[in-house]
Design a protein around this ligand. Structure first.
Ligand SMILES: NC(=O)C1=CN([C@@H]2O[C@H](COP(=O)(O)OP(=O)(O)OC[C@H]3O[C@@H](n4cnc5c(N)ncnc54)[C@H](OP(=O)(O)O)[C@@H]3O)[C@@H](O)[C@H]2O)C=CC1
Ligand SMILES: O=C1O[C@H](COP(=O)(O)O)[C@@H](O)[C@H](O)[C@H]1O
Length: 515
C-alpha cells in the first residue's frame, strides 16, 4: 500500500480496540501514537473506543495522562491540549485485569457493552495482544470463556511477535488460538510489513517495466538485505537473551523482506494471492542440511565493549537482565539460496545486528556485469549496476549506473540517481503500526503473516538454531559500534562479492544526483 493509497483509505468501521498490555513499552512507544495519528488524519471513525488492559491499577485520568505523555514523546503529531485532545482521550478507558482471571472478563464485558452503547458500536471487537508471548494462548481462551466473543459484530485477534520460539512451540500456540479464532480472524503482526518502503517493493517491481524483466538469475548477481541497529538491547535484555538476533529479527522481518523481493507477481492483489506467493518463496529456501552447512553459510556474533560517538558502550554481557556468561547472538549474517526457476544460483545475503555503526534497513540488488567490457582496452573497470531500496530511517531508492564523465574523452564514472522520499517536504509517512492497526480493523490481512508462512519460516530457522545449540560457545565477537565480525564479510568475499556501503556511508567515488 503506497502513501497515497493509505491516504485514500476509508475510515475504520466502528470498533472497540482492546490493548492488552496497555502499560507496556510497545503500547507507549507505538500503539497509542499510531491510534492518535489515525485519529488526527480522520482515519478512525468517530464510533471507536479503546480499552487498555493490564494488571497495575490506573484511574481513567492516569491512563489518559499516560497516553498523552506517550504521544508527546513518540507520535509524529503532537497532542494539542484542549477540546481536540479531550475529544480523543474520552474514547479511552482502562481496565485493571490479570488476564488469567476469567471472572474479570465478565466485568470487561460489561464495560465494553456500555462503551458500545455509548458510541453506537455494532459489536466489532479487535483484541490487540501486546503481551509476553506465553500469555497469548490464555488470553484467547479466556476471551471466549468470559463471553467477550458473544457480540454480534466481528472479532479479530492481533498478535505481536514472536509467534513461538521454534516450529514446535509455534504449532502449539497456533492450535491454542485455533480453538477460539479462525485463521482469517488472526492477524499476526510483522511490523516491517507495515513500513512504507517494504510495501513499495511490490509497486517498484510490479509497476515498472524497467525492473521486472531483469528481476531474475539472468540479470541479478546477488541481493543484500541489511537491518542494522545502533541500539543495544535496552530494557529488553530478559526477552532478548532468550531469543537472540536470529529469532528476534531473522525468522520474521528478514525473511518477510526476502519474500517481498523474491516472490512471483500475484495473479491479483488480494491478500491470499500475495501470501500464496510469499509462502512459495519460503518453501523454496534451501535448508541447511548439516551443522557444517550452517557453519559455512551462517555467521553469528555478539558485541563486546566498544566506542561510538565518543562514548564507551558496554558489551552485551554487561547489559541489564543479560546472563553475564551469555552466548546469545546479537548479530547474524547468512547466505540464503532460493531454489526456484527465477532465483537459482543467486545468493541472498542477509545481516542484522545490534550496536552496529548506523541504524538502517536497506536492500541492495546487485546486477550482473555486462557480458563483455568494451571499455577494458581503455583500462576502465565497470562497476555493477545497483538498485538500492532504503526502508528506514531514510525512505527512497537509488540506482547506480555507469556514465561518461562530462568533458572527457572516454572517462567513465559511477553515478547514483537518488530519489529520497523522506526528504520531500510534506511527506510524513505513516508509521508501520498505523497502517497495520488500520488494516486489521478493516479486515485486510495482506500485510500480516499467515500461519503457513510462520511455520515455513520457523522450519528454516530451526535448522540454524539447532546447529548452533550443539556448540553454544562457538560464537564470534565484534566491538560495539562496528559492522560485525570479519566472517560476515568473508561470506560474500568467497563468492567474489562484498557488502555495499549502506545508508550514511555513501561511496565517495560516486557522483550523486539527488532528488
Ligand atoms: N517493545 C517493543 O519494541 C516490541 C515489542 N514486541 C512484542 O510486544 C509484546 C509486548 O512487549 P512490550 O510492550 O515490550 O512488553 P512490556 O513488558 O513492556 O509490557 C508487557 C505488558 O503486559 C502486561 N501484563 C503482563 N502480565 C500480565 C497479566 N498477567 N495480565 C495482564 N497484563 C499483563 C504488563 O502490564 P502490568 O505489569 O501492569 O500487568 C504490560 O502492560 C511482546 O510480545 C513483545 O515481544 C514486538 C516488537 C517490538
Ligand atoms: O521487532 C523488532 O524490531 C525492532 C527494530 O524495529 P525498527 O522498526 O526500529 O527497525 C528491534 O529493535 C527489536 O529488537 C525487534 O524485536
Amino acid at each position: 500500500m503506497t502513501e497515497q493509497q493509505m491516504n485514500n483509505k476509508p475510515k475504520t468501521p466502528g470498533t472497540v480496540f482492546f490493548l492488552f498490555g496497555a502499560t507496556g513499552d510497545l503500547a507507549r512507544r507505538k500503539l497509542f501514537p499510531a491510534l492518535y495519528s489515525l485519529y488526527r488524519e480522520g482515519k478512525l471513525s468517530e464510533d471507536f473506543a479503546v480499552i487498555g488492559v493490564a494488571r497495575r491499577p490506573r484511574t481513567q485520568d492516569e491512563f489518559r495522562d499516560d497516553i498523552y505523555q506517550s504521544i508527546q514523546e513518540f507520535c509524529r503529531y503532537k497532542a494539542q491540549e484542549g477540546e481536540q485532545w479531550t475529544a480523543f482521550a474520552d474514547h479511552f478507558e482502562y481496565k485493571s485485569l490479570d488476564i488469567n482471571n476469567v471472572e474479570g472478563y465478565h466485568e470487561l464485558r460489561e464495560q465494553t457493552e456500555s462503551l458500545e452503547e455509548r458510541y453506537g458500536i455494532p459489536g466489532n471487537r479487535l483484541f490487540y495482544l501486546a503481551l509476553a508471548p506465553e500469555l497469548f494462548g490464555s488470553v484467547s481462551l479466556n476471551l471466549q470463556k468470559g463471553g467477550m466473543l458473544d457480540s454480534k459484530g466481528w472479532h479479530r485477534l492481533v498478535i505481536e511477535k514472536p509467534f513461538g520460539y521454534n516450529l514446535e512451540s509455534a504449532q502449539k500456540l497456533n492450535e491454542e488460538l485455533n480453538q477460539v479464532f479462525k485463521e482469517e480472524e488472526i492477524f499476526r503482526i510483522d511490523h516491517y510489513l507495515g513500513k512504507e518502503m517494504v510495501q513499495n517493493i511490490e509497486v517498484l517491481r510490479f509497476g515498472n517495466a524497467l525492473f521486472e524483466p531483469l528481476w531474475n538469475n539472468k540479470h541479478i548477481a546477488n541481493v543484500q538485505i541489511t537491518l542494522s541497529e545502533t541500539v543495544g538491547v535496552e530494557e529488553r535484555g530478559g526477552y532478548y537473551d532468550h531469543a537472540g538476533a536470529l529469532r528476534d529479527m531473522g525468522q520474521n522481518h528478514m525473511l518477510q523482506m526476502l519474500t517481498m523481493i523474491a516472490m512471483e507477481p500475484p495473479s491479483r492483489l488480494l491478500p491470499e494471492d500475495i501470501r500464496d506467493e510469499k509462502v512459495k518463496v519460503l518453501r523454496s529456501l534451501r535448508p541447511y542440511a548439516t551443522s557444517n552447512e550452517v557453519k559455512n553459510n551462517v555467521v553469528r556474533a555478539q558485541y563486546t565493549q566498544g566506542q561510538a560517538g565518543g562514548k564507551t558502550l558496554p558489551g552485551y554481557r554487561e547489559e541489564d537482565k543479560v546472563d553475564p556468561a551469555s552466548n546469545t547472538e546479537t548479530f547474524f549474517s547468512a547466505k540464503v539460496m532460493v531454489d526456484n526457476f527465477r532465483w537459482a544460483g543467486v545468493p541472498f545475503y542477509i545481516r542484522t545486528g545490534k550496536r552496529l555503526p548506523v541504524k538502517t534497513t536497506e536492500v541492495v540488488v546487485e546486477f550482473q556485469n555486462m557480458p563483455t567490457n568494451v571499455y577494458l582496452g581503455q583500462r576502465h573497470t565497470l562497476e555493477p549496476n545497483l538498485l538500492v531500496i532504503r526502508v528506514n530511517p531514510m525512505e527512497g531508492i537509488y540506482i547506480k549506473i555507469n556514465a561518461k564523465k562530462p568533458g572527457t574523452e572516454s572517462q567513465i564514472e559511477p553515478l547514483a540517481m537518488e530519489f529520497c522520499q523522506s526528504c520531500l517536504i510534506g511527506i510524513n509517512s505513516p508509521e508501520a503500526y498505523e497502517r497495520l492497526i488500520h488494516d486489521a480493523a478493516e479486515g485486510d490481512s495482506t500485510y500480516f503473516t499467515r500461519w503457513d508462512e510462520v511455520a515455513t519460516a520457523w522450519a528454516f530457522i530451526d535448522k540454524i538454531a539447532r546447529a548452533w545449540s550443539e556448540n553454544p560457545g562457538d560464537i564470534n565477537h565484534y566491538p560495539a559500534g562496528t559492522w560485525g565480525p570479519k566472517e560476515a564479510s568473508d561470506l560474500l568475499e568467497q563468492d567474489g562479492f562484498h557488502w555495499w556501503p549502506v545508508n550514511g556511508q555513501e561511496e565517495d567515488n560516486v557522483i550523486w544526483i539527488k532528488s
